[in-house]
Design a protein around this ligand. Structure first.
Ligand SMILES: NC(=O)C1=CN([C@@H]2O[C@H](COP(=O)(O)OP(=O)(O)OC[C@H]3O[C@@H](n4cnc5c(N)ncnc54)[C@H](OP(=O)(O)O)[C@@H]3O)[C@@H](O)[C@H]2O)C=CC1
Ligand SMILES: CC(=O)[C@H](N)C(=O)O
Length: 257
């Protein structure tokens, strides 16, 4: 079954982790896929991976920093020129730093706001008018369970994900009647490299989390999600019948408290 045949999908932050899995799932469902992130070598790896698994697929790759509005518009323009109008925009790029605020990692605070908040706004801004003009389109914002409750040492990160929730809910209410749908996905712990570049070892030790390694290494299989689990939630939302709005999906490992 190819439920997304003829559809065009853009995925930000698709050089690994959840974004890679989402791009693979959308391509597997028949969509023409464009991916972006900053690391060219990893984007090339993802393109090769998807094309080896999905017959006839040709993934468009665009090096993009989502904090730069012009680059996100450039990504969408490149996708539209090569593939056609964007039907599905997945704003997935994100960063997370475990850090206590008293440690004043102000650069990390700002980086989270820039990528997680401004990056999502830039993604919305690049596709919204076209979707409204065409009377159809689906914006999927990758939030977090941290967009629903605040976790230790994630004050700023949780703030950014609460922002994603508020922006998405506000947008959804504004576009009612236009044919555009908006979904947030709120994953719990997923086995990715999200905290590999964390540096606040004192905070990590204090709250008992592992940084500098892939999330979930050594964890019980029921205590961590795989990126493909999150991709499945995205696929559910974007393949729902046109009259159905899947506004939010919280998906956590069975044994996460
Ligand atoms: N893993 C988890 O437990 C959870 C993750 N999430 C969310 O899922 C999303 C994906 O994270 P995940 O896959 O886990 O983490 P990864 O670190 O594996 O992936 C993050 C992706 O974002 C990209 N990215 C980061 N900064 C930028 C930027 N400035 N411009 C463009 N792309 C950027 C990275 O690419 P590059 O470095 O090449 O630019 C990479 O492709 C994030 O929004 C995260 O908050 C939500 C809940 C749980
Ligand atoms: C709060 C969390 O750690 C969540 N798994 C996320 O990475 O967003």
């Amino acid at each position: 079954m190819v439920p997304l045949q003829g559809k065009v999908a853009c995925v930000t932050g698709a050089s690994g982790g959840i974004g890679e899995a989402i791009a693979l799932a959308l391509a597997g469902a028949g969509a023409k896929v464009a991916i972006c992130a900053r690391r060219e070598d990893q984007l090339a790896r993802v393109k090769a991976n998807i094309e080896s698994q999905v017959q006839g697929c040709n993934v468009l790759v665009h090096t993009t920093d989502v904090t730069r509005r012009s680059e996100v518009k450039g990504f969408v323009s490149a996708a539209e020129a090569a593939l056609g109008p964007v039907d599905i925009m997945v704003n997935n790029a994100g960063v997370m730093y475990f850090t206590h605020m008293a440690h004043l990692r102000e650069d990390e605070w700002e980086h989270m706001v820039d990528v997680n908040c401004k990056g999502v706004m830039n993604g919305v801004g690049a596709v919204l008018k076209g979707m409204i003009d065409r009377g159809s389109g689906h914006i999927v914002n990758i939030s977090s369970d941290a967009g629903r409750r605040v976790f230790p040492a994630l004050a700023v990160y949780s703030g950014t994900k609460f922002f994603v929730e508020a922006l998405s809910e506000g947008l959804r209410r504004e576009v009612v009647g236009t044919g555009v749908r908006v979904t947030t996905i709120q994953p719990g712990d997923v086995s990715t490299d999200l905290v590999v570049n964390n540096t606040d070892a004192a905070t990590a030790a204090a709250i008992g989390v592992a940084i500098g390694v892939r999330i979930g290494v050594g964890a019980d299989v029921n205590a961590v999600l795989q990126p493909s689990d999150v991709a499945g939630a995205v696929l559910y939302a974007v393949t729902a019948p046109p009259h159905v709005a899947v506004n939010e999906i919280m998906i956590e490992p069975r044994d996460q408290t």
